[in-house]
Design a protein. Sequence first.
Lengths: 272, 240
Amino acid sequence: MSHILTPRMWLTAFLGITRRETLRFVNQRGRFLAALVRPLVWLFIFAAGFRAVLGLSITPPYQTYVLYEVYVTPGLIAMIQLFNGMQSSLTMVYDRETGAMRTLLVSPFPRWFLLGSKLVAGVIVSIIQVYTFLAIAWFWDVEPPLMGYVTVLPALILSGLMLGAMGLFLSSAIRQLENFAGVMNFVIFPMFFASTALYPLWRMRESSTLLHDICAINPFTHAVELIRFALYEQFDLLSFSVVLGCLILFFAGAVFMYDPAKGLWARRKGGA
Amino acid sequence: MPQDALSVQNVSHSFGRFQALKDVSLAVPKGGFTALLGVNGAGKTTLFSLITRLYNSTSGRIEVAGHDLRREPGAALARLGIVFQSRALDADLTVSQNLTYHAALHGIPRREAMSRAVDVLAQVGLGDKMDARVSALSGGQSRRAEIARALIHRPQILLLDEATVGLDVKSRAEVVELTRALTRQGVSALWATHIMDEIRPEDGLVILHKGQVLAAGKTAEVTGGDDLTEAFLRLTGEQA
C-alpha cells in the first residue's frame, strides 16, 4: 500500500467521518428530539411569558417593532449550535474514554485534518437541527424574509464552526466524562445568559455596565448577532470578524492540545 | 537479514518525573507472533501509545516495516493495525458501518471497503454479522469484529493490547487462535498480555517489567525449560 495520500483519499476520509457523525445522530433519535425540544420550549413558553414584560425598541436589523419570539429566535438558533458543539465535545471525551478517539487519531492523516473533519461533520448535524427548528418556528409567527433562510446559511456554518471548535478545545481539556456537568454550569449557561440571545445589549447597560461589557466581548453574543443580521439579509462585519477570530483561536488551541508532541497527550499518563 | 515488521530501539518515556519506559528495545519479525508479557502497570499500554503515535517518542527509534515513525508517520501508521484494550467500535452502528468508517480513515473508498469488509469478516468468522449492530454482538464476537476492523487496511503488523480482557475462557481461546491463524497468513502480531496461558513455547516473548525489558527471545529460550510463570517470577524477582 502506498503511503502517499491522494486527494481522493482525503475526500474519502472526510466523507467517512461525516457519514459516521450523521449516522450516529440519526441512530440516536433521543438526541435529535432533545436538541429540538430545548429551543422550542424556550420559544413556546419562555418567550410567550416574556412577551408582555420585555418591551423592545426598534434595533437593527429589525425595521419595525418585533415580537419577542422574533427577537429571541437567532439566540435560540445559536443555542442549538452551542449545545451541539458541546455535545460533540462530550462525544469526544466519551470517545477518548473508549478506544474510538484512538482509532481516529492513529489514522495516517494529519490530526488537524481529522479534527477539522469531525468539526465540519458536527456543523452539518447542527444545521439540520436549525432548519428543522426554523420550520417549526414559522408556524409560531417567526417569519423572516424568504431569502433570509438562504443568507443565514453561511452565518450558520461560521458560527457552528466557532462553537464546535470551542467544544473541541474544551474537550481536550476535560479529563473525564463527569466533568461535562461543570462545562454546562461554567460554559454553556454563562455564555448563553450573558449574551444578546435573550435581551439586547442596551437593556443590559441599563442594569449594569460591567454586565454590558461582558456581554459585548462574549463570542456567543457575536455568533447570535451574526445569525440575527444574516437572517434578515444583512452582514455585520464586527460579529463576523469576532466569530472568525475565535474560530481560528479555538481550532488552533484544539490542534495544539491534541498534538502528540505537545498539549495534553504528551503529559497525560495512562489511559487517555 | 530480513526487515522486521516492527522495531523499537532504545525508547524511553516519562510522565513528569515518573519514568514509564526505560531504554526499551524489541523486534517483531515478519509473520511472527510475539507476546509482550507484563503485569498491569509494566508499561505495555504506554509502549503501544508510542508505537501508535498517540504520544510522541522523543528518544530512541520506532520503525514499522522499515518506516521511521518520526520521519514518516503516515507511512508507518498505514501499516499498523491496532486492537485497543478499550472498546473502539460504535455500538450504535452496524459492523459493516464500523468497518467502512475505519477504512475511510485510511482513505479506502466505500465500494472497495465493502468488499474488503466481506473478506475480513469471513476471516474472523463473522461473515453473517455484516449488518448486525455492534451492541448485539457478544464479547468475543465484538473482539473479533475489532480485529476485522484492524485488518481492513491490510496492515503488516497487528498490535493487540490485552485483547482478551473481559472475555470468557472459550472466547479468549478463540481470539488467541484467530490471531495465530492470521500470523500464519503473513501478518505479524505483537500481543500484549498478562496471562501466561496465552503464550506458547515457540512464540517470541518480551518480558516488560517496571518499564524495562527483562528478557527477550523465543519463549522456550527465555524460560530455559521452566514453567513460564516460574521463569517470570524469577526474572521479575516477585513472589507467586
